[in-house]
Design a protein around this ligand. Structure first.
Ligand code: ARG
Length: 483
């Protein structure tokens, strides 16, 4: 094993097998292999340009790295699985392919700046894919909101009937939450997009390197500013964990609502068979397991966030091996976020909403009580007194086991002489909704504005991803083919 590690010189016999097994990260960070090779390509070009590497050695290194890159892309790469990590695995493979020159690649570099370079390159793609998945779900919600902008259902506070709202309005509430999730992810991108390469172990290097050049070759905005900070810092990854766990928390609420709404008690939605499962014992069952698992898997996001916060808390400067644990937490958060977003989007797109069930649950719950009070206010009564009068009417209805809609105008006017024959129209559910025209309200006209805003925000996010993806593709093509 000793010949397989990068640091055998100082050691007589090398680590125990158990130590190797305990310390290796290859099984996890092999996922960074492609980025690792890209980082090395940029490093090799820079070293050659700066005269740190002889052109002849650099050429061999570049050719070797390109071969490894295409092997990674075609899935034929043979990285030694018993390597300490992906960085050593790539370097050993390179040396195996090109001989001694491979040993010159690590000049003016450390795995400490290398690992965080790879990780930031990975995170850029992870953020873009996450934002795209958020935008896809936003679009599904917005399309549904458009379809159901006139469908009325009870709006809840405390899971009690509050005021009538439209389904379009309800769905748009989630679209707005997701909007902020996407913004948070995009905002973190500029802090991810900085190049650690050249920070070396912790203090920079004595070689005349050009950090701006490697930053440019890898499509980073600029090099990071302090080497000691750079090799010890993982806050860019923590931001992803926070933004994605918050997004999952939103999905969890959405999932909880789907679980409730698909129960026979609510019956507001029918989740399609494709997104449901059955029971091994109860033949009649169709369970909302996908929604339940999205709700449950938000725990993974929170878990990753807690793991990352705990991991970095109290670490002295600078690099500590603890930091190796970051990737597992972040990969888990990322995979889970994208799969939950995609499942939620697919499930919603296929779900059947039940306007007739929503409509029948509008009755008997006094959803229009606020509007009845507003009616009295319009007729001149102070709101506080109007509230009192309507409270008494509700009390009466409860005692009689009826709803407000079951009272005659005559009965109502017994509670206030201000009540006249225009009352029924005034407190109809349709009017209650269409009158809520305040900015951001539930009136269909307002929901239309929200839909428009939602669509334009989603398209801004979509084009951020498109532009950035195209830019990165150019960066990679230049690095691979034109240097
Ligand atoms: N596998 C390590 C990690 O993920 C790479 C850096 C190791 N550096 C070191 N000096 N041991 O953090």
């Amino acid at each position: 094993m000793a010949e397989k590690v990068l640091w055998s010189g100082r050691f007589g016999k090398g680590p125990d097998r158990s130590t190797i097994e305990f310390t290796t990260s290859f099984g996890v960070d092999v996922r960074l292999a492609w980025y690792d090779v890209m980082g090395s390509l940029a490093h090799a070009h820079m070293l050659a340009k700066q005269g740190v590497l002889k052109q002849e050695d650099a050429d061999k290194i570049v050719e070797g790295l390109k071969t490894i890159l295409s092997e990674i892309e075609s899935g034929t790469v043979e990285l030694a699985e018993d390597s300490e990590d992906v960085h050593s695995a790539v370097e050993f493979l390179l040396t195996k392919k090109i001989g001694e020159a491979g040993g010159r690649l690590h000049t003016a570099r450390s795995r400490n700046d290398q690992v965080v370079t790879d990780f930031r390159l990975f995170m850029r793609d992870a953020i873009l894919l996450s934002v795209e998945a958020v935008v896809q779900l936003q679009s599904t919600l917005i399309d549904l909101a458009e379809k159901y902008k006139d469908t009325i259902l009870p709006g809840f506070t405390h899971v009690q009937h509050a005021q009538p709202i439209t389904l379009g309005f309800h769905l748009m509430a989630y679209a707005f939450k997701l909007q902020r999730d996407a913004e948070r992810l995009i905002d973190s991108y500029k802090r991810v997009n900085l190049c650690p390469l050249g920070s070396a172990a912790l203090a920079g290097t004595t070689y005349p390197i050009d950090r701006h050049m490697t930053a440019h070759l890898l499509g980073f905005e600029r090099p990071t500013g302090n080497a000691l900070d750079t090799v010890s810092d993982r806050d860019f990854a923590l931001e992803y964990c926070f933004a994605s766990s918050l997004c999952l928390m939103h999905l969890s609420s959405m999932a909880e609502e789907l679980v409730l709404w698909s129960s026979p008690e609510f019956g507001f939605v029918e989740i399609s068979e494709g997104y449901s499962t059955g029971s091994s014992i109860m033949p009649q069952k169709k369970n909302p397991d996908v929604a339940e698992l999205i709700r449950g898997r938000s725990a993974r996001g929170t878990g990753s966030l807690m793991a990352m916060l705990t991991l970095v808390k109290g670490l002295p400067l600078s690099y500590n091996r603890d930091l190796q644990e970051d990737k597992e937490a972040v990969f888990r958060a990322y995979d889970n976020t994208v799969s939950c977003l995609r499942m939620m989007s697919g499930m919603l797109a296929e779900a059947q909403f039940r306007p007739e069930r929503m409509n029948s649950s509008l009755k008997g719950g006094f959803l229009n009580a606020t509007d009845l009070a507003d009616y009295l206010v319009r007729k001149g009564l102070p709101f506080r007194q109007a509230h009192e009068v309507v409270g008494k009417m509700v009390r009466h209805c409860i005692d009689m086991g009826i709803g407000l809609e079951d009272m005659t105008v005559q009965e109502m006017s017994g509670f206030s002489s201000l009540i006249g024959p225009d009352i029924n129209e005034f407190i109809s559910m349709e009017r209650c909704v269409s009158r809520r025209l305040s900015y951001g309200g539930t009136a269909p006209a307002q929901v239309e504005n929200q839909i428009e805003l939602g669509r334009s925000n989603a398209s801004i996010q979509r084009s951020f991803c498109e532009v950035e993806r195209k830019r990165l593709l150019d960066v990679w093509n230049r690095l691979i083919y034109h240097e």
